[in-house]
Design a protein. Sequence first.
Length: 433
Amino acid sequence: MILKEKISAMLPEWRERVTKLLKEHGSVVVGDVTIKQVYGGMRGVKALVTDISYVDPNSGIRFRGHTIPEVLEKLPKPDGAEMPYVGGLYYLLLTGEFPTKEEAEAVEAEWAKNAEVPAHVFDVLRAMPKDTHPMALFSMAVLALQGESKFARRYAEGMNKFEYWDPALDDAMALTAKLPVVAAFIYRLKYKDGAEPKYDPNMDYGANFARMMGVDNPGYADLARLYFILHSDHESGNVSAHTMHLVGSALADPYYAFSAAMDGLAGPLHGLANQKALGFLMSIRDKFGGVPSQEQLREFLWDTLNSGQVIPGYGHAVLRVPDPRYVAQFEFAKKNFPDDELFRLVQLMYDTVPPVLQEQGKAKNPWPNVDAISGTLQYYYGVTEFDFYTVLFGVGRALGVTANYVWARALGQPIERPKSLTTAMLEEAAQKA
């Protein structure tokens, strides 16, 4: 496997680098924890490490140090495609290097070899009640795949800790290969004909997903590529990424860890923001019978804020600029369907919301984030079932969290075990201070 050869060659230098850092500088203080952070969900605590991605307040998410525009420009593309190979992005996340077209295609070929989903997984999903949420089905399908884990099997047989990364990468490749098939089946089971999709080895990851979903518009393949790339990773502190890291630190295999991560992603405060933002847009459209005037929208926004509600899709905990993931999707929509009614409303929101939030004075960042537009693009291509959107998010997020899992095992990161304090201890510390 091309990724296994590459990572094997990189590991000696990386292990020496981490060992030296811990041995010579392990006592260096990199952050102070406040009572507010202890009681406030550890927000802002510098206590995790990942080289896969970083959120820069002024340039947005960086994959292996590279901005979204750089990644979309430099990654190789399928012939005739607007957006890059998803396999090229996975190569970048795992190795830190931009692949050649041949290297990206080698990852795509590896996915094609591993994409077959065992029949029992489909049977498990069919046995569930018809009203089961798509995310419950998604998490359950991943658990049903756990018997495929090479990591679990080799660990049970007795494996040197320096070898952990090898079967972890095998599992990561096999799991990410199967997720588009699983997701497309859940979609067809819940909303369409219930047919079992088949992965076509002659098509890339994004094109396969579009075909298996049954979306006829050829532009959806490019959107799938873009969507999975943009949602792949977002540092390690968000709920799904942190859950994957936490569960994986106990040496649970990637299937167990990713299923847990998806249970976190299903939480309304994490994975539902895109459908909330789309629902808000549609409520405006329905209220005004189409796209309102800017003054009508401005009045509606103020009414929303004055009633104690927020404007979904605007603001970000770290960013202080428009989210580059939003910008990339905005440019995609502007090129491919500029006259779509919901997209025209998205444009009007972009022109109107930031000044309103700035005038209100409460938002640290008045600019749109990725969720302000992502649902609109899916809706345009006919994927209108809101509850399925988080599954789409999960397929993309798998790329980043499994890459992090592989490197956590490669560098021997230990089990995560923070220390808890009582409220009385915090009160005592506060009195002393």
